[in-house]
Design a binder for this molecule. Structure first.
Ligand SMILES: Cc1cc2nc3c(=O)[nH]c(=O)nc-3n(C[C@H](O)[C@H](O)[C@H](O)COP(=O)(O)OP(=O)(O)OC[C@H]3O[C@@H](n4cnc5c(N)ncnc54)[C@H](O)[C@@H]3O)c2cc1C
Length: 481
């Protein structure tokens, strides 16, 4: 056994249930694990700041796991094809394996690479790790991609003969000599001046072990009540696995198997619906990837072409107020501040803040998508683009544009005690639940008593929701015809 295979890690930063790693082991060659930082190449979307922070932690954790197996993680920066060519030359490796990515630029890069490597006599093989169902295998009866979620879910469920996850290896055969590696510190993925990542460090533990801990805690405390509590941002009722899933520190097959194991053990008796609702959300992620694969312009252009003519506004000041959590609408501001502080935002509040941007402020969904891309630790091209289009009314199976969230009613319904707003907007903490979602409606003495001066300690609303609603509906009329 002297021949070597390159194991190219991308968005699969785990050693358990990693089909490419398993294929490398089965090849009985020596294994050279590699990660390439390739986000400055033409066509590849540059990682957002929060994603870069996460990636540092995810790679450090992966390197540790590999070291425990007697291996290493080789880090190289540059265009993937050039880095791989150089490493093949240096090591004499005769094969390369990776797990598939589904972003259009990644697909184009991998296709070109595969055919070039073939010419060079190098065996290149890709595997399925990130999804339960390959996007091209789920089709309508007419052989078309799905655009509506419920039939997509039913088609997935009918296919759901999901293989059990692969175990983590105990050791990996090392090459006779290790190629050189850059260092993570040299990549400067973490912010320094200023270091704004304190809230991220408090909230997250990137890496495969962090993911398994989250899953175990969720199975214990969240799964059995998921459907009842998933819409409440004031309760930690969801799994918070999204950044781990994005970076492949856990795979959907592992999640599916863990839920099924609970079911088989009888732990979900009488609560089957709760678990089914959770798996349905995991499959929404599959739906986003299905859409991105079949409609590769999803991150830039509306799926519904009528929306290309929508008269979006331009308002730098309003966009900045939304980004900073200073719109004067407490549930919106709480969400945007949670996002800034922790790099994550509850799904219900993502919908509320997104609706506020595209409907109340009438700013283009692409501006919101770009902000989320930079600030979310789970920033994901497929999920982010599909979800923004969904909220904006121009996506697949979208919320109709004319259904406009009222931020006061949303706050009162989903944060009924005001706990969430009080936590993220402490300047309103002195208000009771009955008033906290609409401080501008209170008389001066009540505001005074709570220590609030509107326009000074907390902003007055930057738009009037009812007027904004009419403006948005009138704009929608112009493209309806
Ligand atoms: C405007 C907007 C932008 C979004 N941007 C992203 C993004 O960049 N990255 C991202 O992962 N999710 C995004 N979402 C989807 C969703 O909000 C998050 O996946 C979810 O809040 C993550 O929290 P969780 O892990 O606790 O989810 P849970 O409720 O525990 O769900 C488990 C997993 O299922 C998947 N999932 C759950 N809800 C959805 C959904 N609505 N659509 C697609 N997949 C889902 C996620 O992978 C999630 O980790 C966005 C939603 C909106 C409305």
């Amino acid at each position: 056994m002297s021949d070597a295979v390159i194991l190219w890690f991308r968005q699969d930063l785990r050693i358990a249930d990693n089909p490419a790693l398993d294929a490398a082991l089965q090849s009985r060659k020596r294994i050279i694990p590699l990660f390439i930082l390739d986000d400055d190449s033409d066509g590849m979307r540059r990682l957002g700041a929060a994603s870069r922070w996460w990636l540092h932690g995810g790679l450090a954790a992966l390197a540790k796991s590999l070291e425990k197996c007697g291996s290493r993680l080789i880090l190289r920066r540059g265009p993937a094809d050039a880095v791989i060519d150089a490493l093949l030359d240096e090591t004499g490796a005769t094969a390369i394996v990776w797990n598939r990515c589904y972003e259009p630029e990644a697909i184009a890069r991998d296709r070109a690479l595969k055919s070039r490597l073939k010419e060079r006599g190098i065996a290149a093989c890709s595997h399925q790790a990130a999804l339960l169902f390959e996007p091209w295998t789920v089709k309508t009866q007419n052989g078309e991609p799905y655009r509506v979620y419920t039939p997509f879910w039913k088609a997935c469920k009918a296919k759901a003969d999901i293989a059990p996850p692969l175990p983590a290896p105990e050791s990996l055969p090392a090459p006779a000599a290790w190629p050189t590696s850059e260092t993570l510190e040299d990549w400067h993925l973490r912010p320094t001046q200023p270091d704004w990542a304190g809230g991220l460090r408090e909230t997250w533990r990137p890496g495969e072990h962090g993911a398994q801990e989250r899953l175990a805690a969720f199975l214990e405390e969240g799964l059995g009540t998921y459907a009842d509590r998933r819409n409440r941002p004031d309760i930690a009722g969801t799994s918070r696995l999204s950044p781990h899933l994005h970076w492949g520190e856990i795979g959907p097959r592992q999640i599916w198997a863990a839920v099924e194991a609970r079911r088989a053990a009888g732990d979900l008796a009488g609560r089957e619906k709760q678990a089914e609702t959770f798996l349905k959300e995991v499959v929404w992620r599959e739906f986003s990837y299905h859409l991105l694969y079949h409609f590769p312009t999803l991150p830039e252009s509306p799926l519904n072409p009528r929306f290309a003519a929508f008269p979006w506004g331009e308002d730098e000041k309003a966009l900045a107020a939304w980004q900073a959590g200073r719109t004067g609408y407490p549930i919106v501001d709480a969400g945007m501040r949670q996002l800034w502080h922790t790099g994550w935002l509850h799904n219900r509040v993502r919908m509320i803040v997104a609706s506020f941007l595209v409907k109340d402020l009438m700013l283009p969904w692409q501006a919101g998508e770009a902000w989320f891309w930079d600030t979310l630790v789970d920033a994901d091209l497929a999920n982010n683009a599909a979800s923004w289009q969904w909220v904006a009314g121009c996506g697949a199976d979208a919320a109709p544009y004319f259904r406009i969230f009222n931020p006061v009613l949303q706050g009162e319904k989903f944060d009924p005690d005001g706990t969430y707003v009080r936590h993220w907007v402490p300047e309103l903490a002195g208000l009771p639940a009955t008033d906290i979602h609409k401080p501008w409606t209170l008389p001066a003495d009540r505001l005074d008593k709570a220590g609030i001066r509107l326009g000074e300690t907390y902003p007055a609303p930057i738009v009037d929701h009812h007027a904004a609603r009419h403006r948005a509906l009138a704009a929608f009329e112009t493209i309806k015809a």
